[in-house]
Each structure stands twice: as C-alpha cells, then as structure tokens.
Design a protein around this ligand. Structure first.
Ligand SMILES: C[S@@+](CC[C@H](N)C(=O)[O-])C[C@H]1O[C@@H](n2cnc3c(N)ncnc32)[C@H](O)[C@@H]1O
Length: 267
C-alpha cells in the first residue's frame, strides 16, 4: 500500500470516525453485546447491510469477564484459552440479551443478526463480502488473530478492518488482552497496513490492504475533516499504552504513550 509504513494517530473517537465512513457500505460487527456501537454504526455510517455477530451466550472462551463460570457452571472457561465452540450453549441470561438486541433492531431492514461465535459465523460469508468489519469480540490473542485472519478474507479488496481495545494498561494485563500483539502479528504476516489509531481510552485501530476502495474513501473524508491527526511510524504502534498519572488530589490523568519507559517519576 502506498505510504503504508506509517499510521495516523487521530484525536478522535470510534463514534466520531463513523461520520467519515462512506454511506451505503456492507459491514459486520464482531462482538455486539447490547448493540450500542451497532446503533452508532447504523446512525452515522448508514450501511446498506450490517451483520451483527455475537454468541450472546455470556460465555467468552478463555475469559471470565462476564462471570461465565458462575452462569454456566458446567463449563470451565479457563480450561483452554484457545478453546472453540460449535454453537452458543443455551442459557437464560444470554437468551435475554439476544432477545433485547433483536427487539432493539427489529424493523430495521439493514440489520442481520447472527447468534454465533465469530470463527463459526465466518464460514457463512463469501470472500469479498464486506466494505468494513469491526472486531470487538473475544480479546485474547488467539481469538483476535483468528478474527483478523478470518474476516480479512471476507473483506472487499479496499475494505476496512477495524477494532476496539487497542490499548495496554493494568486492566488489559489483568484480563490478558492480546489485541495489540495480535494486530502486530497480523500486520507483519499479511498485506494489511495500519491506517489510523484513535486517541481515546480503549483506542480503536484501523487497517487496510489498499486505499482505492472503502478504506481510501474513508481516509480521504478524515483528511477533508477538521479531525486533528499526527503521522507516526507504524513501528511505534506496538508500544502503545495508556499511562496513568496520579494527581496530588488523587484523580488520574490518562497519558497515551508510545514509549516503554518507566511510569512517571516527577520527584
Ligand atoms: C466488549 S463486548 C462488545 C461491545 C460492543 N461492540 C459495543 O461497543 O457496544 C464483547 C462481546 O463479544 C462477544 N464475544 C465473545 N466472544 C466472541 C466470539 N468468539 N465471537 C463473537 N462475539 C464474541 C461477547 O458475547 C460480548 O457481547
């Protein structure tokens, strides 16, 4: 990709970025939860079709973020971090969440719900189906890498692959998030390059393999807008982390950093 070894760090949020999406695209969101970001995509990007993919099972393999073990006592979610499932197990909290999302988007002809794990749902889509795919499902390394690989193949040549939680801090460490490492490995192994990284807690990354389609039109719209952007070498992206400065009054200030240096030592 032309000029691909850089990334634009944009002083914007994932919600604002959607305003710059070309309208009428075909998109997918992996990891939907209550559908809050889905609603933002529908309102701002006005896609022709939006596929919402989530098992809504309250079970995130390899993670106990949603207290899956207490809800599904027969499943040991820590058994194997890369364990995959054929289909979401039946469970009342998941059923209720799915029903709420179905009700929320009922009557919107653009929305297609897929109650399935991303790696299984991918099999149902033809290669080259999507203009954009947003990844926000299982955040562990193996799953993020697999989502990137599976859904890269499902993108049109100029499609945009973007996703949430490209950050490192004590929370990400505790939950063993692998987003930064998986995205780094994927960029190294594929013909995708970094396009944008957002300034916000739980930063969003954007990747593309070329800029002559949806991703290029999106980037052009960002250039045309008032969004402030900083061009940096993409080699820095892997060092991205949110450092927290603790003020004298006890409140915390987030300072995004591209340096693996010590935390603040201001005497
Ligand atoms: C952080 S939430 C998504 C939030 C949503 N994108 C938003 O911004 O409002 C993560 C979701 O990923 C789902 N999830 C976990 N593993 C998944 C998988 N393998 N495939 C698809 N979704 C998954 C969980 O069920 C959960 O609803």
């Amino acid at each position: 990709m032309e000029g691909g070894r850089h990334v634009y760090y944009v002083l914007s949020s994932r919600e604002h970025l959607l305003r710059h999406f070309p309208k009428g695209g075909v998109g997918a969101e992996i990891g939907v939860a209550e559908g809050n970001y889905s609603a933002e995509i529908l309102a701002s990007a006005d896609p022709k079709e939006l596929h919402l993919i989530d098992p809504w099972s309250h079970l995130e393999s390899g993670s106990d973020l949603l207290q899956a073990r207490s809800l599904l006592s027969e499943v040991d979610t820590k058994r194997d971090r890369a364990e995959t499932f054929e289909a979401p197990p039946a469970n009342a909290p998941g059923d209720a969440k799915y029903a709420a999302v179905a009700a929320r988007f009922q009557g919107d002809p653009r929305v297609r719900l897929h109650r399935q794990y991303s790696y299984k749902a991918a099999e149902a889509f033809e290669d080259g189906s999507f203009d954009f795919v947003y990844l926000d499902g299982n955040h562990h390394y193996e799953f993020v890498l697999r989502d990137l690989e599976d859904y890269a193949a499902k993108l049109k040549p100029g499609g945009l692959l973007f996703g949430h939680d490209f950050f490192e801090d004590t929370f990400a460490q505790k939950e063993r998030y692998g987003v930064i490492d998986a995205v780094g490995a994927f960029v190294k192994r594929s013909d995708f390059c970094f396009v944008l990284l957002t300034w916000e807690p739980f930063s969003t990354f954007c990747l593309a393999r070329r800029l002559d389609g949806f991703a290029g039109a999106f980037l052009r719209n960002v250039f045309e807008s008032d969004v402030q952007m900083i061009e940096i070498p993409d080699a820095l992206a892997g060092s991205y982390q949110d450092k927290m400065y603790e003020r004298r009054n006890g409140s915390r200030k987030r300072i995004p950093s591209f340096m693996n240096s010590l935390q603040f030592q201001l005497g």
